[in-house]
Design a protein around this ligand. Sequence first.
Ligand SMILES: *Cc1c(COP(=O)(O)O)cnc(C)c1O
Length: 434
Amino acid sequence: MESKTDINRDNSKVLFGKAKNYFPGGVNSPVRAFRSVGGTPLFIKKGDGPYIWDEDDNKFIDFCCSWGPLILGHNNQKVKQKVLAALENGSSFGAPTKLENELAEIILSRIPFIDKIRFVSSGTEAVMSAIRLARGHTGKDKILKFEGCYHGHVDSLLVKAGSGLATFGASSSAGVPESFANETLVLPLNNSELLYETLKKHQDDLSCVIIEPIPANNGLLLQDLNFLKDLRKWCTEFSILLIFDEVISGFRVAFGGAAEHYGIIPDIVTYGKIIGGGLPVGAYASSNEIMSSVSPEGPVYQAGTLSGNPVAMSAGIAQLKECSSKDFYLNQQERTNYFVDSINDFCTSKNCPIEIVSVGSIFWFSFAGNKKIQSADQIDSDMNVFNKLHKLLLNKGVYIGPSGYEVGFISNAHTKEVLDKAIELFCKAIDEVY
Ligand SMILES: *Cc1c(COP(=O)(O)O)cnc(C)c1O
């Protein structure tokens, strides 16, 4: 499988050999194992700006950016200073600190539709809590999700479409009881007709609909604006809460995420990734009325030993302050467009059926030519071309997520000069694949 021109992975191989004795599959999160692209996963030694270095001292321009959190790139000095300053005072108290207020103020003052927020420690925890809140607040049990959206490893959301025309889901992981999956309805994305029928039929049982308004965990499945508007309208009409899972899109496509980008207001929103500046933070937020159902004010229990951790809050504060600077998102968008357009122009000139789809500073390689991909079933499951491309890119010094279903991210540290170099390497790799 490996050839002489491949990068040296000797140290990573030794480390992975050990890790396989310690962790299932040698990793602490499955996609890191490189199973879909093959070969040994690279063990990363350090990162700085747009670059990472592995344990064999190979250097890469990084477009994975820790799967999204690092919108300022690696080892950002402002984040680092704020974190070090917090650590000087100790790492955790299990009592309130003013840093929680500080991060909340930055967020609540800029996102007008949320009044109150609750910090947790991961995106999964945020989503799990938001679902419980929706159920507790409405007194209804069922939830609806869309095929192709990922919401973390919450039991009731590890559910895929059932067979045939059934709207009720089937669990997509062992260990999730079918009785849990039965509480979850699953629909295809971008299909307003089916959505209307389903919401109307199940309005008395459905507590909420959860969606990634910018689905970015299974390709980048950009939805029609009208579909999202319909969703908003009908959730209101049928008294069903709308949850935007903005763990990936929040603070990424705009400070206020997809809600701001599209001008559509959800009832509950979840955040993660960027919100913690590279440390583990998640959050869910809503109106005063809905958040008053959360413990200790209301009956919906939710708690966390390390919730609002001062070191993690500090990283979030430093990062979101930078994101609040003038033209931050405009600048992100301009550099991303430059990168994406350059590679797409190259592909067109070479007649390659590749199109990079993008929104904000998220991008994804579609291998369907210029066909619009808006639902999970439209993605070609043959990832052979991606896997070749992935390997060629590693050999040339470009790191992207090790799966063709994953998106890439451009950070503030990816300057035009860095992107010029990356464009050259991407085009070379694409040329070699075809
Ligand atoms: C990453 C992600 C999650 C899960 O967050 P974790 O921090 O990995 O638990 C949930 N929803 C969306 C949309 C995500 O992108």
